[in-house]
Ligand binder design. Sequence first.
Ligand code: ARG
Length: 501
Amino acid sequence: MAHRPRRSLLQLLRTWRLQLLALLVALAVLVPLGSRAAPSSPWRVGTDPTFPPFEFRNPQTDSLSGFDIELMQAIGEVAGHPITWVPLPFDGLIPALQARSVDAAISAMTITAERARAIEFSRPYFEAGQAIVVRENGPAFDSLEALKDRRIAVQIGTTGAIEAARVPGARVSSFDSTPLALQELANGNADAVVSDVPAILYAIDQAKLTGLRISGEHLSTEYYGIALPTNAPITAAVNEALTTLITNGRYAELYRHWFAAEPPALPTRAPALEGADSPLAGLDLQLLAGNLLKGAAITLMLTALSFSFGLLGGTALAVLLQAPWRGVHLLCRLYIDFFRGTPMLVQLFLIYFGLPALLQSLEVPFSINRLAAAVTALSLNVAAYLAETLRSGIESIDRGQWEAADALGLSPIARMRFVIAPQALRRVLPPLANEFITLIKDTSLAAVIGFDELFRQGQLMVATTYRAFEIYIAVALVYLLMTTTASLLFKRLEARWRLPA
Ligand code: ARG
């Protein structure tokens, strides 16, 4: 009898649970359906907020600001949809639209026939063109032809990058944002930047980017459009709202506010799209393999150089940490803590963009080449990690061995060289392999300073072919091939060095 109430409670709980589960499932299915159908569902809009005056983060208010941002907000208001902003890198916008992770993107994106094969555009909302920027005290180039054989910095995936790639003999380095490309020019590592006129004018006039000037203007006429997934359900609504804003004067108001000028008349369809309705071309596998191979070679070179220097530095640190001097000890610890405790990405930016900018502001002419900067940052890092690995290896050798070496009358150097180091090295081989494999992957960070290593080669191909999945899988496989080969080689070495049982 005493069991009965308890059992029914359990049963109650069970049915409760079932009901709750049913409710949750129903909610999960119905809520998204309902919100998609509701008129006030937000639109997720992607943007690369590094392109003032179109889209940027206002440092005072810490919110998104710019002509594009206000225009899209107004479009959302007219259409009755709040905007949820999704910040993305520029070269990630088209893949995000293809994946439908965003409903639209506004990013001063030029309407081109190639892009229109992968996505769809709204009617044009802005007229722009390309310009060439140079250093004030550097040579002038007033046409793209004049840039032959020169170093050009661009933002990856932009029309400026496409124009630069057509210049014969030019060495093009690509950066994640236009400000970084301009910094590269200001630091003296490039001869020119190719980018959009209004953004350049703004950077020079408003953002007070000193030492740069425009030397060739309006090399082309381009129209910006709001980017949408192909056959997007919201295209018509976006176009209608845009047309409303153009006719009711709100668009002109925004234009005057941001550009202090009267807006030009806009076509309803971008001329670039005329006669361009062929589908997306297939992926050129031979080209892909060739480019990835080029990238892999650079990745390997970066790894080999940085690991060698890092091993040297790490050994020096580990040995110094054994020394009885307190000051040296402290310095080593500071070094290790700094390089292990700050992101490599930050160190890379600091060395490549920060140091030259600082020294130049102090009137010290200094610029660092890409390879030197990447190898320095990577080696400094590897050294910090390896110092600890090697130290633990050294300290793991039994005290008795040290004493025995001393008893044999070996000097501290001979003791390290003949007794401690060989044994320690054998023990630290597995963590050494770990560090090497990590380094292979970390070299991909060098892409941010314009290195065309393996990952950046993939990114560059995605930026022109819009085949994100296929290309990044291929990139991943090449990395995998390199890391597994490395791990096999280390295993071999381990077997070779193993003491006979
Ligand atoms: N108009 C150029 C293009 O479509 C550059 C746009 C860059 N926009 C940006 N938010 N970074 O390629």
